[in-house]
Design a protein around this ligand. Structure first.
Ligand code: FBP
Length: 260
């Protein structure tokens, strides 16, 4: 982990990433609850809220839209991704963009990479992450690891109930520290106590909670509060923001919860 004291993706040491790579990961179905969210311009407008410290998008979205919003919100370029259309033998998220292209051509302030630890393709993803991490150091931009343990290695081990088992999330988060991520993003393990258990393994690395599927303001904010009380640093969230027709209210509340 490297200190990035001047990086715009942090505010008081914490962060709120608006994730908007769902069109690639899940497809247009994620935009159906709020059809306006299919238009990237509408989501970039939402991202200008002062609570949000970065918007995470894929290369093509950044290329087409970011120049109009570069003064409104920092850019976190998601370097890899996988669709829900393919049938793979196990989870793999190929890299489609270099750090050099993200920073020099697209104006990225940070980069993100999904790591499916536990997949048969884990080794390949470690190699790609190594390239990403070392290149990010050259450009002095923070690296965010989407640490999502998945695949045969998890499913075949009796000791883990699922990929959201706090023990397996703790292991995935720890990989972020050991492989050199600056921020690790994990699924919410279910409680403040379980988040504390995960955070005992993350050292000085920043930890953010993944938003998950849309739920009520109260249920969502409770999870975020528990993450912050446990010592976490914020969240990276997509559907719980852009699937709301008027996300302003929940963003105002998040701002109060995440920052000092
Ligand atoms: P959400 O807040 O909507 O869960 O978004 C976070 C995120 O990591 C996105 O960046 C990504 O598209 C999605 O979740 C992947 O979700 P999954 O692989 O669990 O279906």
């Amino acid at each position: 982990m490297k200190e990035h004291p001047n990086s715009p993706i942090f505010r008081d040491g914490n962060l709120l990433i608006l994730a908007y790579d769902h069109g690639l990961e899940h497809g247009p179905v994620d935009f159906e609850p709020n059809p306006a969210s299919a238009d990237p311009e509408n989501v970039f407008e939402v991202a200008s809220h002062s609570a949000i410290t970065a918007i995470a998008v894929q290369k093509g979205t950044a290329e087409a839209y970011y120049s109009d919003y570069e003064n409104d919100v920092p850019l976190l370029l998601k370097l890899n991704g996988s669709s829900s259309l393919g049938e793979r033998d196990d989870y793999y998220s190929p890299k489609q963009c270099t750090v050099e292209y993200a920073v020099e051509e697209l104006g990225a302030d940070a980069v993100g990479y999904t790591m499916y630890a536990g997949s048969d393709h884990e080794d390949e993803m470690w190699k790609e992450f190594r390239e990403v991490q070392e290149e990010a150091r050259e450009y002095d931009v923070p690296v965010v690891m989407w640490a999502y343990p998945r695949g045969h290695g998890i499913e075949h081990k009796d000791k883990y109930e699922s990929d959201t088992d706090p023990d397996v999330i703790a292991y995935a988060a720890r990989l972020g520290l050991e492989l050199g991520a600056d921020v690790v993003k994990c699924k919410y393990p279910g409680s403040k106590e379980d988040t504390e258990k995960v955070l005992r393994n993350t050292g000085e690395m920043k930890f953010v909670m993944s938003g998950g599927s849309k739920r009520s303001d109260e249920a969502f904010l409770n999870d975020v509060e528990a993450t912050i009380e446990a010592g976490g640093n914020g969240l990276a969230v997509g559907r719980n923001i852009f699937q709301r027709e008027d996300p302003e209210g929940v963003l105002d509340k998040l701002e109060g919860v995440i920052y000092e």
